[in-house]
Design a protein around this ligand. Structure first.
Ligand code: NAD
Ligand code: WQD
Length: 334
């Protein structure tokens, strides 16, 4: 299949591009590089020894996007492009709505222009908001608590309306839990611009001496060790989830929602201790105040993806930490 990845130069997109190319698909990336680096393309191509197409552009540029879809004879799109910093989305909500919601509308219009009707959308577990019950299943009420989460939910709703208006669309909204880890080569991984917010990139910066220590946001939650618990999912498992969704969508029109998570949750201290074991390094940390907006715990009910897509996570927390450590070590050299 000829597949376009918007935002394919980013963390999740680069791993997905690699997996799809290795599975024999023709991959074309469309990215404006606002949170990624062109050097990633060479590294992905080096790992898979395959050629991957690239066009630099903004998803809001409908005309350019339409031309790329046409020229590369695209048959399906994975839409990963977007801004993703939860805190920043509250400071710059209009920027987030313009990029994430308007950008998605522009993509749909470009796809309509060319007649492509297969789409996988990067959604997020953040659409659920405060848990009414756990684990979150796909029918859990949605009530996002920040503009970023509302962007994701709005795009899901737009896609549902689209699939009702035109029955030929085949759409999967994948609600990712907490993606972490790196490709086993250690050549690609998460490389955020600026100061990271997420736990694993912060740990990476502590190990690489860019930050003096890890601030753990609260140890007084109602969890076994008092720190927050999350459903961490290896980025290569996540990449495999995209391929499974693309395959399943052929012959399954409509707009479908799937949780992509492991179904387990681990605390901040669990992750830290696994990382210390993987790296042989002691990570200095201090307990600080809870981070506003953080939930004590959440994790996925992941049965639907297993039942329909035949997909479930294979990799463990130790695999996550080993691959992250390899990537962090390698990125220290460059
Ligand atoms: P990332 O920032 O590494 O990758 C996103 C890519 O999109 C970047 O390469 C960026 O340059 C590009 N981009 C952003 N706006 C664009 C635009 N207007 N036009 C073209 N390209 C644009 O993020 P990621 O972690 O790889 O996330 C990918 C997707 O998955 C995002 O939509 C994100 O919201 C979603 N998601 C991420 C997580 C997570 O924790 N990483 C969790 C759930 C959902
Ligand atoms: C994980 C745990 C923190 C940093 C976010 C988004 C979510 C999704 C994934 C996009 C929590 C603790 C963290 C630190 C810490 N993204 N922590 N010190 O907040 O679960 O989810 O990313 O869709 O929408 O909200 O991820 O990695 O920031 O935090 O103690 O310096 O680590 O309190 O318990 P989060 P995270």
């Amino acid at each position: 299949m000829n597949i376009l990845l918007t935002g394919g130069m980013g963390y999740i997109g680069s791993h997905t591009a690699l997996l799809l190319a290795n599975a024999g698909h023709q991959v074309h990336i469309y990215d404006n590089l606002c949170n990624s680096n062109i050097g990633t393309l060479d590294r992905v191509q080096k790992i898979c020894s395959k050629s991957i197409g690239f066009s630099e552009g903004d998803v809001r540029d409908t005309e350019k996007l339409t031309k790329v879809l046409r020229d590369a004879k695209i048959e399906a799109v994975i839409h990963l492009a977007g801004l993703k910093a939860v805190g920043e989305s509250s400071q710059k909500p209009i920027e987030y709505y313009a990029n994430n919601v308007q950008g998605s509308i522009s993509l749909i219009q470009a796809m309509q222009m060319v007649g492509i009707k297969t789409l996988v959308f990067s959604s997020s577990a953040t659409v659920y908001g405060d848990p009414v019950y756990l684990p979150y299943d796909e029918d859990h009420p949605t009530s996002p608590t920040n503009p970023y989460g509302r962007n994701k939910l709005q795009v899901e709703e737009i896609l549902r309306d689209l699939s009702v208006s035109d029955k030929e669309w085949q759409i999967a909204c994948l609600r990712y839990f907490n993606p972490v880890g790196a490709h086993e080569s250690g050549l690609i991984g998460e490389d955020p611009n600026g100061i990271p917010n997420n736990l694993m990139p912060v740990i990476g910066q502590v190990v690489n001496g860019k930050l003096p220590l890890l601030n753990i946001f609260g140890d007084d939650y109602d969890t076994p060790d008092g720190t927050g618990k999350r459903d961490y999912i290896h980025v290569m498992d996540l990449a495999e989830g995209h391929l499974a969704a693309l395959i399943w969508l052929q012959g399954n029109p409509g707009c479908h929602t799937f949780n992509l998570g492991s179904g387990d949750s681990y605390s901040v201290l669990d992750l830290l201790h696994h990382f210390e074991k993987a790296s042989g390094q002691k990570i200095p940390y201090q307990i600080v105040e809870r981070r506003p907006g953080d939930l004590p715990e959440y994790y996925a009910k992941a049965d639907k993806a297993e039942k329909f897509l035949g997909w479930k996570t294979k990799r463990k927390l130790s695999d996550i930490c080993n691959s992250s450590w390899l990537w962090i070590k390698n990125s220290r050299k460059s």
